[in-house]
Design a protein around this ligand. Sequence first.
Ligand SMILES: NC(=O)c1ccc[n+]([C@@H]2O[C@H](COP(=O)([O-])OP(=O)(O)OC[C@H]3O[C@@H](n4cnc5c(N)ncnc54)[C@H](O)[C@@H]3O)[C@@H](O)[C@H]2O)c1
Length: 323
Amino acid sequence: MVLVTGGAGYIGSHVCKALSQEGFTPICYDTLEKGHDWAVRWGPIERGDIGDRDRLDEVFERCRPTGIIHLAGYIEVGESVREPERYMHNNAAKSRVLIEAALAHDVEAFVFSSSCSVYGLPQADRLSETHPIRPLNPYAESKAHVEATLRDSAARGLRSAALRYFNAAGADPDGEIGEAHDPETHLLPLAVDAALGLGPPLTLLGDDHPTPDGSCIRDFVHVSDLAAAHIHVLRWLQRSPAKGLHEAFNLGSGVGYSVRQVLAETARLAGPVPLKVGPRRPGDSPRLVGDISKSKRELGWTPTRDLGTQIEDTLRWRRNMAR
Ligand SMILES: NC(=O)c1ccc[n+]([C@@H]2O[C@H](COP(=O)([O-])OP(=O)(O)OC[C@H]3O[C@@H](n4cnc5c(N)ncnc54)[C@H](O)[C@@H]3O)[C@@H](O)[C@H]2O)c1
């Protein structure tokens, strides 16, 4: 049994599917504040808040999970700038409650969804795990805070990993689940919806960044590749002989595409993407691309689905959602 907090959300539901395909039973622990009950298909749901210690104790005692994959949290950078306390409370303070529960119930492995945003302004073309941690907004700050709590908890016997995701994209290749955020802020669904006439024209957030075509460069990783990595990490933690440990791993594709390149590929697969140019978003890095050599080497994980596949899977999913 593996407890998946945020298991009703976009990435969490793909993680639950991957776990069940590998013979684990995922228990989705989610408030459903942002997630969807239709996305919980591969195990039971325990509705609850990660900040509710009594509810956590009750679920831990009944289900006895050996691992936790902790994806629950708020995810919007812009909102975190407007409401920093809400983000620090939900993402950082409540995670501390979950970590204390994991320690009290002797959970073998704790996997945390962190973010490449913890690196702040990049000092290299490809960011490795040793890049300094300099969060630029409360969302990233909350992620860095949880990483630090987990690092400190190693001395108390917790075995944990922080997974620094780059940009999750795409949808389940079987078409069963996909991204359904409200409001949607991610590039691929917005671009596909604009191309299909299901949404407004896409707003390019600045075309004067110091990049070859003026748009930001990002590293997109298919959500099913991302989900598969969690199984590799669970096994890596479970076979580690150390009693307490903490490691960070980048999860991306290792390849950078500019927003304009993504739009050109979307246009090729879905039709022209209506576009308007807006101002830069404060705090946006011109380039965020991961060095994923540590994850490949130590976890034996390699992403397999390219940008074209990510767009095609998004396209299929958004068409289905619109029906
Ligand atoms: N989507 C990305 O590209 C990306 C990139 C970097 C990191 N991440 C991280 O991955 C995780 C999952 O992201 P996502 O895109 O699937 O988000 P999502 O909003 O689709 O899923 C998050 C889930 O957490 C639940 N939740 C929120 N607060 C909770 C709480 N206090 N207790 C219980 N459940 C709670 C929500 O109801 C939702 O189902 C997040 O932690 C996010 O910060 C995502």
